[in-house]
Design a protein around this ligand. Structure first.
Ligand code: AMP
Length: 298
């Protein structure tokens, strides 16, 4: 059943009731709000593949480190709801932190190996917060499919591992990164950038494309691919690279030898005080929904 009017629910009871009223295949799109066309591409894919679409908007405090941007993370619920209504969403869940984490909360989900490197190494505890909140959302929504963006590739690998290990009965679908005209990956955090920083921020996707072009030209050595990305990043004075990586797309282990396995190129770069991430699969032809869904993780 598809509802005519979007329902916004704020309590566990109301969510369970709204979920129970849905029939057929139910898709879930978890978000932190401040929605943009990247989020909406997930909603659109869910709409196309499911009978009903549910969205959560929750800025999850447990996935932010003590020195991260939790307090200033952009929030605009009214605008988000109007976008979701127009996109044909059936149910939106907007819990408070107190609802998701009552005072005696003490159960955590840790996905050990694939949470360790890349983002996990630079953001200790981040994926514990992500896995815990996503496990809660899966239990609450009981979706048949959940939609995630390539933009957060390691998150996809962590969630897929959790779904396998904890036997969640659902499918994880991965949708390609949506970008601005100059290549900058859409992100709620892009609003932090001033005009100069915004121009500089396009360097991340240029770096990925440079490594992609090297790959297409026959370069297979992971160190050379990392060097190709770093050279582009270092030519931009406003960009401070935190890491560049060429890893096995299934295990996220950093590659040391050339091989034929799909490669996940990824990076985190500071532009001013804003930390930006981006990634791309190699071969470049793999950056579509079906291949991303099949190749990332597991
Ligand atoms: P967030 O609100 O940042 O937690 O993101 C919610 C979901 O949207 C995650 O699965 C993200 O990977 C996905 N997402 C964020 N940015 C993009 C983008 N530019 N293109 C596609 N998906 C995205």
């Amino acid at each position: 059943m598809v509802r005519e009017i979007m329902q916004v629910v704020e309590t566990i009871e109301a969510l369970r009731e709204a979920r129970a009223a849905l029939t057929g295949r139910v898709g879930l799109v978890p978000t932190m709000g401040a929605l943009h066309a990247g989020h909406l591409s997930l909603v659109e894919q869910a709409r196309a593949e499911c009978d009903a679409v549910m969205v959560s908007i929750f800025v999850n405090p447990t996935q932010f480190g003590p020195n991260e941007d939790l307090s200033r993370y952009p929030r605009d619920l009214a605008h988000d709801l109007s976008l979701l209504e127009r996109a044909g969403v059936d149910v939106v869940f907007t819990p408070t932190p107190e609802l998701m984490y009552p005072p005696d909360f003490q159960t955590w989900v840790e996905v050990a190996e694939v949470s360790k490197g890349l983002e996990g190494e630079r953001r200790p505890g981040h994926f514990r917060g992500v896995a815990t909140v996503v496990a809660k959302l899966f239990n609450l929504f009981q979706p048949h499919a959940a939609y995630f963006g390539q933009k957060d590739a390691q998150q996809v690998v962590v969630i897929k591992r959790m779904v396998l290990d904890l036997n969640f009965p659902l499918e994880i679908i991965v949708c390609p990164t949506q970008r601005e005209a100059d290549g900058l990956a859409l992100s709620s955090r892009n609003v932090y950038l001033n005009a100069d920083q915004r121009r500089a921020a396009a360097v991340l996707s240029r770096a990925l494309l440079a490594a992609g072009a090297a790959y297409e030209g026959g370069e297979r050595h992971p160190e050379k691919l990392r060097a190709a990305m770093l050279a582009v990043l270092q030519a931009e004075p406003l960009a401070q690279p935190e890491y560049v990586s060429a890893a096995d797309a299934r295990t996220l282990q950093e590659l040391t030898l050339p091989g034929e396995t799909p490669v996940l190129l990824s990076m985190a770069v500071r532009v001013g005080t804003t930390r930006l991430i981006d990634n791309m699969l190699l071969p470049p032809a793999l950056n579509n929904r079906a291949d991303l869904t099949a190749v990332l993780g597991r």
